[in-house]
Design a protein around this ligand. Structure first.
Ligand SMILES: O=c1ccn([C@@H]2O[C@H](COP(=O)(O)O)[C@@H](O)[C@H]2O)c(=O)[nH]1
Length: 590
């Protein structure tokens, strides 16, 4: 863990179930490779994960089974360790590559900005050479104009110990917001490609499909059906991501799919046991699958390896932690802009509400930062999409790191001047409709303006009772309090209490449940409105990211506006404006 990180906390644990073929899975880490310095249950860092994987590989070797590491993209954007440097990722690429990942693919965040895609192609693809898979993604070299696969389309390899044949694919969902130096092929088209049809005819023991795709998204179903058509008995294992939740499901009795959360809070675990070798395969052979969502908690990592603070860290892991410390120091990530007077939640507290981060932005930040000196006398509606805010603010120092954790994007505030108020006031309602504004595919679903979790979670989840009290949340596993005296009831921390299609025993750590309140796709502040009556016209101010949705909404309301009408409203990114507001408005010291 990093110096200054919260001390890990003991908690009751569920053990990992090993099989013949085992996997560790990370997804949507978004630059959190230094761990969660303010949250004890997730405060291990990438160096600790390197140590963990080394021990787990050793155990696999000793037991004659196999362990593979998987990463399903969105490694960038969302934390100072990646975002605070110039160029972005100056330290991150070298830190990330220290983990020995066996199968890796791209997420949408590697592709929003052309320079990010360039760096992915320049650094991560060669760093992982034959491990990187890009089944439906091409890269365009903007200097030569040459279009090429981002990486190999699929990978066939043998596992180390049992020599199991694996055919692996690496997909991205049907993403359309990518920069023009990449091409994402819709999955339904990719599966018709000659190379894919040949790959699914390869003799193999297991198919592994990794993807920056939610395990309930249609893209995975399409791939599953296409492989299964020709391979009725072969195990097909899916590793997904993108929607930032812990989730698992099975598409049939010989398939299994796991998604492993977000922000390096979770290390996913999947194991498969039974007759995996194709020579032994028959209608009667049975497979068993297990999944665990491992909290990125140092004490939990000790527990799963049977080691302790003295024996856990490997030399390599320790060195990686030191690389992160050096980068964090050089980037001055602990520099505090101000002191947050209270915790502001994205989803744990209702919006509108006094503890909602969105109410804070709407009521306090926007009225101050949505100001264009030349138009300061024009009343305006300022709209921010809730997906642009990526994390909670904890009471205490608000640092350079926190800035990127909360608001990593380069989005700016843009506007359309002098929109009739009668029309402008109705825009927010259309943006906040569930589903799509129009039947056409552009812009995509309205929910893409909200946080990714809300692609899956459509209704608030309110836990009035602590399920641990009933004992059944341990899923029958023996209770193993770490660091507590015998007979003492362990103290529980708040955290994940996952229910997936397999049951409610997926989390490796028993937590107190937390609430999840759904929030609208967008929030809006009325700024400098007349004290009496309504304005005739307003400036419609909004994050540039949501321009396609705003234009469609206006069109539906009878306003013929196009991109030519959209102008920059305030200099600087929203992130810079927010950090500036904090510096000015919150006390410097805690
Ligand atoms: O410039 C941007 C880019 C993205 N967003 C929001 O993020 C989600 C996508 O997040 P994932 O981590 O890829 O799931 C997108 O739907 C937007 O809500 C943004 O606001 N601005």
């Amino acid at each position: 863990a990093q110096p200054g990180a919260a001390e890990p906390v003991p908690a009751p644990m569920r053990d990992l179930v090993w099989g013949k073929l085992n996997f560790l899975h990370t997804t949507d880490t978004h630059g959190w490779h230094g761990g969660h310095l303010q949250e004890p249950q997730y405060s291990a860092d990438w160096g600790d994960y390197v140590s963990f994987a080394e021990h787990m590989r050793k155990k696999a070797d000793m037991d004659g089974v196999d362990l593979l590491l998987v990463d399903t993209g969105d490694r960038v954007e969302g934390n100072g360790l990646y975002d605070a440097s110039s160029p972005k990722g100056k330290y991150y690429y070298d830190i990330y590559r220290q983990q020995d990942v066996d199968i890796i693919c791209t997420g949408n965040h590697e592709l929003y900005i052309a320079s990010t895609a360039d760096r992915e192609h320049l650094h991560t693809v060669p760093n992982f050479k034959d491990k990187y898979i890009a089944s439906n993604l091409d890269y365009i070299d903007t200097r030569s104009g040459e279009r090429m696969p981002m990486a190999q389309r699929y990978r066939k390899f043998q596992t180390k110990n049992q020599k199991l044949d694996i055919v692996a694919f690496g997909f991205l969902f049907d993403f359309t917001g990518n920069a023009n130096n990449t091409v994402v092929q819709p999955v339904r088209e990719t599966v018709k490609e000659k190379w894919f049809q040949e790959a699914v005819r390869e003799e193999t023991d297991v198919f592994v499909v990794i993807g920056h795709v939610g395990v309930r998204m249609p893209e995975f179903q399409t791939i599953f059906r296409e492989i299964r058509k020709l391979n009725p008995l072969t195990p097909i294992l899916f590793f997904g991501g993108h929607v930032h939740i812990r989730d698992a499901t099975a598409y049939d009795a010989r398939s299994f799919a796991v998604a492993s959360g977000r922000y390096f809070e979770t290390i996913g675990w999947m194991s498969v046991d039974g007759e995996l070798e194709r020579a032994a395969r028959s209608e009667r052979s049975r497979l068993s699958f297990h999944r665990r969502y491992i909290d990125n908690n140092l004490l939990g990592l000790h527990h799963h390896t049977g080691l302790n603070a003295t024996s856990f860290l490997t030399e390599h892991g320790r060195n990686v932690s030191a690389m992160i410390t050096k980068a964090r120091t050089e980037l001055d990530l602990d520099y505090a802009f101000g002191c947050a007077p209270k915790t502001l939640w994205m989803s744990r507290s209702p919006y509108p509400g006094q503890n909602s981060i969105y109410s804070w932005i709407e009521n306090e930040v926007l009225p101050d930062v949505a100001v264009n000196p030349r138009r300061k006398d024009v009343p305006r509606l300022a709209i921010v999409n809730t997906g642009s805010i990526r994390f909670d603010i904890f009471k205490g120092p608000f640092t350079r790191d926190t800035t990127y954790i909360v608001s990593p994007f380069l989005s700016k505030m843009t506007y359309i001047p002098d929109v009739p108020y009668a029309m402008a006031r109705k825009v927010i309602k259309l943006l906040n409709n569930a589903g799509k504004i129009t039947a056409s595919s552009t812009p995509p679903d309205n929910r893409f303006m909200a946080i990714p979790e809300q692609l899956v979670i459509h209704e608030s989840i309110i836990n009035n009772e602590v399920s641990f009290a009933s004992g059944d949340d341990l899923g029958g596993a023996p209770q193993k309090p770490l660091g507590e005296g015998a007979g003492q009831r362990p103290r529980l921390t708040e955290g994940y209490t996952t229910r997936d299609d397999i049951g409610n025993d997926g989390d490796d750590t028993v937590h107190l449940p937390v609430n999840f309140y759904v929030v609208p796709n967008c929030i809006q502040a009325e700024v400098d409105f007349p004290s009496d009556g309504e304005p005739e016209t307003v400036d419609l101010v909004f994050m540039d990211f949501i321009t396609p949705w705003v234009l469609i909404a206006l069109r539906l309301l009878g306003g013929e506006y196009s991109r030519e009408h959209v102008q920059l409203y305030v200099e600087g990114t929203f992130t810079e404006l927010m950090a500036g507001w904090i510096e000015k408005s919150w006390p410097k010291r805690c």
